[in-house]
Design a protein around this ligand. Structure first.
Ligand SMILES: *Cc1c(COP(=O)(O)O)cnc(C)c1O
Length: 410
């Protein structure tokens, strides 16, 4: 019998047909939900209150901090709970910049394919007189530690490089980059939002000074994240007010979300290897199958790649149309382009790996997790080639390509 994607929705009641957009966000795990529930209705106190119900919340908060620390090889006092990955990125970068400025160092190194939470913060610093240098990520979409070593200057105050790219899945040589920074005495921050819970992350072994993570990328709740800052690194406040988070992040702690983050992280770390193996097998099956479509190309590092990331460019079509037709077939994917933010500009990540505009517009990102199945992958592989063919059949650009009025790029 033909696989019917709509059936699974009916059966589970919650899960959408085929969810292949796990890089955008993941489904809350049942374990995390169970852990959170008591902190919404029973132990709802303010962790700063001195009475019993407040102290229950305070205890849960510190237990969560200990649990996160244990999971990642950190000390509890190096953990600052934030509203997510974006806030952690902002705080890490602005803190390093403030420290650099005090020492007269105003050069910052990063990469051309960082998340906007990093790139836009760097733009802000440029306006304040910092010199920001973005390393070229090349056609494969990665950087080397040698590139970093060659670009560090005496006035470099920060290197910020993502652990793994959210659009094209490339995994950077973080330990080597960290070693170069440590050797040269430069602070090293990594946006590890796509990595934590999915890849081996160890701030001590990988020479990381500051790290950002976000719960909703590993089946935790949205709106909660962590900034890890090695002991001794002074942080600047983004939010002023109370003395929460040791005075570095004001505002009543979101205890249910923090408890959910800790539970999801523990679960993700415990099953990391088996989940990664299962997901990577699905990924490789998808990549092999999609590669058979003519005039397409895989984006990102083919070897050093996130276990769940499949990213392609298809020549002669618009990614947005592809997404709509996929959605019509019950497949939730993403273009990995900036279209979601209302802009028609193609993704800065695809441009950074040298995809020309017209090709970058035809992008598709399928991001998998361990909840996806072989059946789902086979269903995607059964649907996608026909959709691409249909879109090409109505594309003026494709007609030009076939007629030789335009050169094929892929
Ligand atoms: C999702 C994501 C972020 C933003 O995290 P939020 O918790 O949604 O603010 C930052 N960096 C990367 C690489 C991401 O994938």
């Amino acid at each position: 019998m033909r696989y019917n994607p709509r059936r699974s929705k009916k059966e589970s009641g919650v899960k959408p047909m085929i969810y292949a957009d796990n890089a955008a966000t993941t489904r809350l795990s049942a374990t995390a939900l169970e852990a959170m529930l008591p902190y919404l209705r029973e132990h709802y106190g303010n962790a700063s209150s001195l009475h019993g119900i407040g102290q229950e919340a305070a205890e849960a908060l510190e237990n969560a901090r200990e649990s996160v620390a244990a999971g990642l090889g950190w000390q509890a006092r190096e953990i600052y709970f934030t509203s997510g990955g974006s806030e952690a990125d902002n705080q890490a970068i602005l803190s390093a910049a403030a420290l650099g400025e005090r020492k007269g160092k105003k050069h910052i190194l990063s990469t051309a394919f960082e998340h906007h939470a990093v790139l836009h913060t760097l733009k802000k610093l440029e306006k304040q007189g910092f010199e920001v240098e973005l390393l070229d990520v090349g056609p494969v979409g990665n950087i080397t530690a040698e590139q970093v070593a060659a670009a560090i200057r005496p006035d470099t105050c920060l290197v910020t490089a993502m652990f793994a790219n959210n659009e094209i899945g490339s995994v950077l040589p973080i330990a080597e980059i960290g070693a170069v920074c440590r050797d040269k005495g430069v602070l090293f921050h990594t946006d590890a939002v796509q990595a934590v819970g999915h890849l081996y992350v160890n701030v001590v072994e990988q020479n990381i000074d500051m790290l950002s993570l976000s719960a909703h990328k590993f089946h935790g709740p949205k709106g909660i994240g962590v900034l890890y800052a090695r002991t001794g690194i002074p942080l600047v406040n983004l939010i002023e007010g109370g003395a929460q988070e040791r005075g570095k992040r004001a505002g009543t702690e979101n205890v249910p979300a923090i408890v959910g983050l800790a539970a999801a992280l523990k679960e993700a770390c415990e099953h990391r290897q088996e989940n990664a193996e299962k997901t990577a097998a699905l990924r490789d099956r998808l990549i092999r199958g999609l590669s058979a479509i003519p005039h397409c190309a895989l984006n990102g590092d083919p070897v050093n790649r996130l276990p769940g990331n499949v990213s392609f460019c298809f020549e002669g079509i618009e990614g947005e149309s592809l997404l709509l037709l996929l959605d019509g077939k019950g497949i939730c994917a993403s273009s990995g382009s900036a279209c979601t933010s209302g802009s028609l500009d193609p993704s800065h990540v695809l441009l950074a790996i040298g995809r020309p505009h017209e090709v970058a517009h035809g992008s598709l990102r399928l991001s998998l997790c361990e909840e996806n199945t072989e059946e789902e992958v086979e269903y995607i592989l059964a649907q996608l080639p026909g959709i691409v063919e249909y879109l090409r059949s109505i594309s003026p650009m494709w007609k030009d390509l076939l007629a030789g009025r335009r050169q094929f790029i892929l």
